[in-house]
Design a protein around this ligand. Structure first.
Ligand code: DP6
Length: 343
């Protein structure tokens, strides 16, 4: 997956994020939880593949009680990865990715990890869990080794697992700063001080099958071949400013317009790649048309989509009835609900 040079740089980034600390043999296990997040201004494209450094900043909203729990322990036996109570074959894609990540944190005394992850996302909601999964693993490493790292360092460590995981350490609105440094030490996420209790996210599942092409691969193809990539970078910078302003004012219309436009621009970048990458299906497009119809009828609801066909809706509590009527199967989430009410 990574070249020897990439691995050296990843190890150096880990060392830099662990000042005065290192992995060491410890008894017992540690457990941590991290929320999933939905990008309102997307991360699409890396300036550094090995360190998952983005070309632009991005902004997301966390899903509070919905995310992943990771439990870590050390063993003298072979490494193990479990997902939702099932032991994964070491070659399976999540296990291979998680083990390659954990390899960066093995103590010098040679122990392996036993990783058990569990998703608290309603499976019916069809959210990707790599962001919350890697953020939970980073937090569990911190707890297992007793590092007590500042959040910024944890965000850097989570990013080395999956870019969007950098944004899964905090609740609420989170901005992942692009950073400039080659070692990525200034590319981490920070929370925006805004609580928006009436905000709702609707998850419209149109397809449960795994995506045929990973987001990492799709990003790579876009950078290599999409004629819209340069325009995308510029679009994101403007969208990020506008989205932060809209969040500060809790202005759903302004935020929704930016988020929907940003998501469609990202898909336009992919559509123009050669060979084209197109995640939406006919059912996704039908959902987008329904969102427009609702807006035409005066219901302020907006849509966003990640690297997959499922559609996420953005609206406020006062529009919940018409949205539920139009999307009876949608799972409605409250990102700012009181903690503990649904975990
Ligand atoms: C469309 O974080 O999954 O969801 O860094 O390769 O692990 P890697 O990619 P990943 O990409 C997420 C892409 C996105 C947009 C976003 O979450 O900002």
């Amino acid at each position: 997956m990574y070249t020897a040079g990439d691995l050296r740089r990843r190890r150096a980034a880990v060392r830099a994020a662990l000042p005065g600390r290192q992995p060491h043999a410890v008894p017992g296990e540690a457990r941590a939880f991290a929320s999933a997040n939905i990008a309102l201004v997307k991360y699409w494209g890396k300036r550094d593949e090995a360190l998952h450094l983005p070309r632009t900043g991005s902004l997301s909203v966390s899903l509070g009680p919905w995310g992943s729990e990771a439990t870590l322990a050390l063993t003298r036996k072979a490494a193990e990865v479990w997902l939702d109570g099932e032991k994964l074959a070491p070659g399976s894609s999540f296990a291979a990715r998680a083990l390659a990540y954990l390899e960066l944190f093995r103590p010098e005394s040679g122990e392996n990890f036993v990783l058990k992850t569990r998703n608290t996302l309603p499976t019916a909601a069809g959210f990707a869990s790599s962001a919350s999964g890697f953020a939970a693993i980073a937090k569990a490493l911190d707890a297992l080794f007793g590092w007590d790292l500042p959040e910024r360092n944890l965000s850097v460590l989570a990013r080395l697992g999956s870019g969007s995981a950098a944004r899964s350490l905090r609740d609420g609105f989170v901005e992942w700063k692009c950073g400039r440094k080659a070692d990525g030490s200034d590319s981490y996420a920070v929370a925006l001080p805004v609580a928006w209790k009436t905000l709702r996210i609707g998850a419209v599942v149109v397809e449960r099958a795994r995506k045929p092409l990973s987001s990492g691969e799709a990003m790579r193809r876009c950078i290599a071949t999409s004629p819209f990539m340069a325009a995308w970078d510029k679009t994101v910078r403007g969208d990020l400013r506008a989205a932060k302003e809209a969040v500060a004012k809790r202005d759903l219309r302004a935020l929704g317009e930016v988020a929907e436009g940003n998501a469609l621009a990202m898909h336009a970048v992919m559509l123009a790649a050669r060979e084209s990458v197109f995640y939406p299906t006919g059912a996704s497009l039908a959902a987008l048309a329904k969102v427009r119809q609702l807006r035409a009828e005066g219901v302020p609801v907006y849509a966003t989509m990640d690297a997959g066909p499922n559609v996420k809706l953005l609206f406020e509590a006062k529009s919940e009835s018409p949205v539920r009527r139009a999307f009876p199967d949608a799972v409605v989430l409250c990102p700012f609900a009181d903690k503990g009410s649904r975990r």
